[in-house]
Design a protein around this ligand. Sequence first.
Ligand code: PGA
Length: 254
Amino acid sequence: MVNSRTPLIAGNWKMNGLLGDGRARAEDLAKRMQGAANPGFEMLLCPPATLIAGTAAAIEGSGLLLGGQDCHFNSGGAHTGDISAAMLADFGCSHVIVGHSERRADHGEGDDLVRAKATAAIEAGLIAIICAGETEAQRDAGKTNDVVAAQVRGSVPDGADGSQMVIAYEPVWAIGTGRTPTEAEVQDVHAMIRATLAEVTNDATAQSCRILYGGSVKPDNAAGLLALADVDGGLVGGASLAAADFWAIAAAIG
Ligand code: PGA
């Protein structure tokens, strides 16, 4: 069966970069994208909030997509330090990451909050990239599927469809560690996520929703991971900070 889900390669820059290096990286990727006649993937940059405006200017007209790393669940008001989904859209963002494990850990974000953020993102016209993943202790205890399914059930907004959201499976123990599950393990979890989506939404949404793998995706493991039947792209942290590596990951899509 031909896979109709266009692969998405998303770079999560996290809390890295100042104006100069962020702009240089974005310009480098914009040139590569413009030089690619028919890339066969979508490429998304998610810089820290301070670099969104500069990145937007650097990638204008290139076909690269822009996203935020988080948003508030309210559309505006007295929320010091926070950014609304509408503000991200105003900057030209098309996507926003919600529920990344670093926000779940650093800021105590749970599924209800993640779902509220995803709902706010969709209301603002953004595509919500909803993250889920197990810790190493949960994996060792054989609870991976239970934990990830519960996060998906708890974090996906009612009525969301495959054009409004993306799921990112990111095992917490694989993030920034250089370790990954085996390809078979990744495919099993992704298939389980798709089956869970079919239960909480419907078959059409489950079939059209892209499910990204994240956690130590590098140029040398990308081809195998991205070729898996239910892997529709990658959410890349460390390797997205070097334009050549990030581009090599996208180019690994066969
Ligand atoms: P990593 O991060 O690629 O550095 O492991 C992935 C992520 O946290 O999104």
